[in-house]
Design a protein around this ligand. Structure first.
Ligand code: 6PG
Length: 267
């Protein structure tokens, strides 16, 4: 049975993003042992935002930045300059401050309408990109957040894109937002080699507790993130992890002395 997940529970959000940042570079260096450039798909949301801010503040001088290509696992259908744009967020908080070359940044072409054209165009970009890398089928490293309803990327409960088994990128009507989103589908997400899932705050405790208490169910989109050949690294703060039934895991938990909990586990 292969080792498939890490669960890192840090004291607070700051320590959680610090742990994720250290592990991010461990994974990047591991990929660079066998390739020239690492494909990274970024997420949107306030937790990923704090992660980007931490990276820009504490890891800006890392040489590995010049060996990464950046994509987005989902996007809102707004211009990049709009405060809600996921690409705009990562550019403002991380990629522009680091001076990442524009040819390494692949944003979703949300200006294309209907949004099915934007999704198809981005998928074509990904297919061409992976073909140029010897026919890879998925990302090296992919970031995801988790919503209180268990959505991830822009795969919301009961939304059409959740059922899409053919496309890699889909336009997705989100009823609760009364808006369109562009999102990776599960077939593409689940071909990632390493997935970092970031969640923090007490408002996530309920959903995280449900996800971790019923690993057998697939009631929530985040529970359907299950890379066939990859590994999932969950990064939580204690507030978000408060309802994980630790008694089920305590024997496997180890603490690194700084009060961080690490659990390596199997399905
Ligand atoms: C988006 C994200 C979405 C986000 C979660 C968590 O475009 O909104 O891709 O999946 O990651 O909603 O966001 P918070 O960390 O802000 O709760």
């Amino acid at each position: 049975m292969k080792y498939v997940f890490d669960l890192i529970v840090a004291k607070d959000r700051e320590r959680m993003v610090a742990a994720a940042a250290c592990d991010f570079f461990v994974e990047i260096r591991r990929f660079l042992e066998s390739k020239e450039c690492v494909s990274v798909a970024l997420a949107g949301g306030s937790t990923p935002r704090d992660f980007y801010r931490y990276l820009a503040a504490h890891h800006a001088d890392r040489p590995e930045w010049r060996k990464m290509d950046f994509f987005w696992s989902d996007e809102r259908t707004v211009e990049m300059e709009h405060p809600d744009s996921n690409a705009g967020l990562a550019l403002r908080e991380l990629l522009n401050p680091l001076g990442i070359d524009k040819e390494r940044i692949f944003a979703v072409p949300v200006a294309l309408e209907p949004f099915s054209h934007a999704a198809r165009s981005y998928e074509n970009t990904l297919r061409k990109y992976f073909k140029s890398r010897g026919g890879e089928k998925g990302f090296d490293l992919l970031f995801l957040g988790v919503g209180q309803d268990g959505h991830t990327a822009s795969l919301f409960p009961d939304s059409e894109a959740l059922k899409d088994e053919t496309r890699w990128v889909a336009d997705n009507w989100v009823e609760k937002l009364a808006n369109w989103r562009i999102t990776f589908t599960l077939p593409l997400i689940n071909r990632s080699k390493v997935i970092f899932i970031l969640a923090s705050g007490e408002d996530k405790a309920e959903i995280i507790g449900r996800v971790w208490s019923s690993t057998a169910s697939t009631d929530y989109p985040i529970q359907r993130v299950a890379p066939r050949e990859g590994r999932i690294c969950w990064y939580l703060d204690r507030a978000a992890a408060a309802k994980i039934p630790l008694d089920q895991y305590r024997p496997a938990f180890g603490t690194d002395g700084a009060g961080e909990w690490r659990l390596g586990g199997f399905p």
